[in-house]
Design a protein around this ligand. Structure first.
Ligand code: GLP
Length: 263
């Protein structure tokens, strides 16, 4: 696990964008796993800037989104689809046919719909890089505490913690109770996981996820089982970690010996 504590949230976004841009350059037909929420907003902004200024090319890439609320219209302002359209899809040259996004009102049988999403990911070659935020209760995507570490794409019930945290996005205060999410087992199959966290509110969960026991009670602890994890934090989100010196020294060593891992 590579843990980098960067000076501020902008530096986190820039470093994350460097990793995504590096992958797009090395492997133009890569599969990017995308998340919504506040954490990756600056990353998308920086990718859009690199697309405009440096010609960063998305035309052969595939994107897969982690999750979506159920039972709201696709164009609801708080839907993950609306978020992605505003922050990335409308601003870069992704091919619409290469955008894989759970539907908020899927047609037909839901279990079959979830299985078909998993098949689309497999058919695209699997996720190369999965961008992740961490919920205030340690969730990944909409995998709430108690989700099986081997879970697949499925319909889930949202906890009150999550519904309260996300209430501000719903002008009427009516946050759905159900969502569709890639499972923790699906996320674990991505070749690389990139977790972004900023702000003091995340400090406790970040420390528990990275340094506490691996447990379904804290879905983000799944990171400890993965072979290639990069965690980018600002100082506030890193404040409760106990092995900061070791992480810093490890990062320095990677920069010196295998700099391509961070390019
Ligand atoms: C949301 C999303 C997650 C996101 C997380 C953290 O509920 N379902 O995919 O990563 O919570 O959000 P934020 O980055 O806004 O703190």
């Amino acid at each position: 696990m590579l843990v980098a504590v960067l000076p501020d949230a902008d530096a986190v976004s820039r470093q994350a964008a460097t990793l995504v841009a590096g992958l797009l350059t090395r492997k133009p037909d890569c599969v990017l796993g995308l998340a919504t929420g506040a954490s990756p907003r600056g990353l998308y902004q920086d990718l859009v800037r690199r697309h405009r200024e440096d010609g960063l090319d998305f035309s052969r890439a595939t994107t897969v989104n982690l999750d979506e609320y159920l039972e709201i219209p696709a164009d609801h302002p708080a839907s993950c689809r609306s978020y992605m359209a505003a922050h990335l899809f409308s601003q870069v040259n992704l091919a619409p046919r290469n955008i894989v996004m759970p539907d908020s009102q899927p047609a037909g049988e839901l279990t079959a719909y979830c299985a078909a999403l998993e098949q689309r990911i497999a058919a695209a070659g699997g996720i190369d890089l999965q961008i992740l935020g961490i919920g205030l209760n340690g969730h990944l995507g909409f995998n709430e505490p108690g989700s099986s570490l081997g879970s697949r794409c499925r319909i889930v019930r949202l906890t009150d913690t999550t519904r309260t945290a996300n209430r501000g996005n719903f002008p009427d205060g009516e946050v759905p109770t159900a969502a569709i999410t890639l499972g923790l087992g699906t996320i674990a199959e991505a070749r690389r996981l990139l977790l972004l966290a900023t702000g003091a509110a995340k400090a406790e969960m970040v420390a528990a996820a990275l340094e506490g026991p691996v447990t379904a009670g804290l879905p983000a602890s799944l990171l400890q089982m993965h072979r290639d994890v990069v965690v980018l934090l600002d100082p506030a989100a890193a404040a409760r970690l106990t092995r900061l010196d070791h992480y810093a020294a490890g990062l320095e060593m990677v920069r010196r010996l295998t700099p391509e891992r961070l390019a």
